[in-house]
Ligand binder design. Sequence first.
Ligand SMILES: [Zn+2]
Length: 73
Amino acid sequence: MKCHTPDCTGEHLNGTISHSVIYRERTLVLHGVPAEICPECGDAVLHDETLIVIDDLLKRKARSKATAFHYER
Ligand SMILES: [Zn+2]
């Protein structure tokens, strides 16, 4: 997949990122989230399916006081 950052010629590659989300007014960090990452500018794109998994994960972890989680399906 070609990068959509203007003037960037990178091609996105599959990898994992640390992704932060705001959930119920808390900032949570998810590690090991699969994404397509541009090696040139670092732009990362998450798949729709991944966003659904994250949403479900946050609902399951909502009672936890932790602010960092590992992505799991
Ligand atoms: Zn790029």
